[in-house]
Write a protein that binds this ligand. Structure first.
Ligand SMILES: [Ca+2]
Ligand SMILES: [Ca+2]
Ligand SMILES: [Ca+2]
Length: 124
């Protein structure tokens, strides 16, 4: 049991240092005014737009079920699809992604919250 705890701890530490390294090229690049937070518009510009274009393979400006399932979010499309038209607009994807990571719901991502973006492999 003790051994198990130790290995979990080691994993946590290695994940954190990977995130710290990634932050050097992620968080600080996006947080241009250096106030320690990534705002929603920064997130949209640097993360969401890029991923949306990547996933929208037929370039119709919407993500359908197939396109969404090939994305790395691993969430239910229904969680993001607010108007229930079975397609995701850029705004729906953006809001869905952002609120997943904005765990304290203050409308911006702290460095701590950003670590989860990095861990998901969708950072800058
Ligand atoms: Ca599409
Ligand atoms: Ca929709
Ligand atoms: Ca926050």
């Amino acid at each position: 049991m003790k051994k198990h705890i130790t290995s979990v701890l080691a994993l946590t530490i290695s994940l954190s240092s990977a995130a710290v390294l990634a932050n050097k090229t992620g968080f600080d690049d996006i947080d241009r005014d250096r106030d320690g937070y990534v705002t929603k518009s920064d997130f949209q510009q640097h993360v969401a737009d890029r991923h949306f274009m990547q996933f929208d393979r037929n370039r119709d400006g919407m993500l359908d079920e197939n396109e969404f399932s090939s994305s790395r979010f691993g969430s239910n499309m229904a969680d993001f699809d607010r108007d229930r038209d079975s397609r995701l607009s850029k705004a729906e994807m953006m809001d869905g992604m952002f609120s997943q990571y904005d765990t304290d719901r203050d409308g911006r991502l702290s460095k701590e919250e950003w670590k989860n973006v990095e861990r998901a492999g969708i950072g800058y």
